[in-house]
Design a binder for this molecule. Structure first.
Ligand code: NAP
Length: 258
């Protein structure tokens, strides 16, 4: 009998930044494989729409208001999940922000800290809370930190984002070493460019279209091209021996000189 490597029935996945973009897609994918999904972000009305849609299509979803940059919000979120659902098996640590391209010498303290507080400190906070809950419950968990190709090479005019994502990749490696003894895998998914709220203004502009023409593929990624890489890392049946890895999904962009 064929093994269904990606099936997640009986698992619970918490997806941060699920109110739009990649996170919304990840939540739909995990629900379609049978996982109960907890969709988390700050915009509750967006989460409510997503929950209604997933539930209407035969999945099981719950909304959770969450600000990853606020330690009390993260603590409350995990307490709520524990009380209402019991705990999580999978964390998709996806919430993130970016500032407009800015020269290093012109970057404000505010922009520096905003990106680091969300993309790195928020990811660390969520990962630590998830790992503690998984260890306490003896869960064979999977934590997926959403990095970026800018965690692996250096984008121009985005020192704050480059530093945060490079640190997320290193955080992934550090966590994987320490948590493998607890049967928890930690990997990072590093996308190239995908059209989302984060970049829609730029990629709708002439400059953005010109930039895309310089990619090896001459196109952005499609969200469905992240589906199998996500499931590979999420599912213990599929990715049980993958730990501490960073998987790029970027059409080769990270190796190009652009
Ligand atoms: N799009 C790309 O090309 C690309 C490439 C590589 C990596 N990434 C990474 O992918 C992740 C998702 O980005 P995206 O492209 O999907 O952008 P997006 O559509 O702007 O989504 C970002 C998500 O993060 C949430 N978020 C932001 N700050 C938050 C906070 N303090 N607490 C909780 N949630 C927060 C937002 O929800 P609320 O505003 O409702 O809180 C939103 O759901 C990010 O980590 C990004 O760096 C994106």
């Amino acid at each position: 009998m064929a093994i269904d490597y990606f099936q997640l029935t009986g698992k619970t996945a918490l997806v941060t930044g699920a109110s739009s973009g990649l996170g919304e897609h990840f939540a739909r994918v995990l629900a379609s494989e049978g996982a109960t999904v907890v969709v988390a972000a700050r915009r509750e009305e967006k989460l409510a729409e997503l929950v209604a849609d997933i539930n209407a299509n035969g999945g099981t979803a719950h909304a959770l208001k969450l600000d990853v940059a606020d330690k009390n919000s993260v603590a409350d979120a995990f307490a709520t999940v524990e009380r209402d659902i019991g705990g999580i098996d999978i964390l998709i640590n996806n919430a993130g922000v970016a500032t407009a391209p800015t020269r290093f010498v012109e970057m404000s303290e505010e922009d520096w800290h905003w990106v680091l507080d969300t993309n790195l400190n928020g990811a660390w906070r969520m990962a630590q809370a998830a790992a503690k809950q998984m260890i306490a419950k003896g869960t064979a968990g999977s934590i997926i930190n959403v990095g970026s190709i800018y965690g692996l090479h250096t984008g121009v005019l985005k020192a704050n984002y480059n530093v945060a994502k490079a640190a997320v990749v290193q955080l992934t490696k550090s966590m994987s070493m320490e948590l493998s003894r607890n049967n928890i895998r930690v990997n990072s998914l590093c996308p190239g460019w995908f059209y989302t709220e984060m970049n829609e203004d730029y990629f709708s502009s002439e400059a953005g279209e010109k930039y895309i023409k310089g990619f090896p593929t001459k196109r952005l990624g499609r969200l469905d091209e992240l589906t199998v890489p996500l499931l590979l890392l999420a599912s213990n049946n599929a990715g049980g021996y993958i730990n501490g890895s960073s998987i790029t999904v970027d059409g080769g962009l990270v190796e190009s000189p652009i």
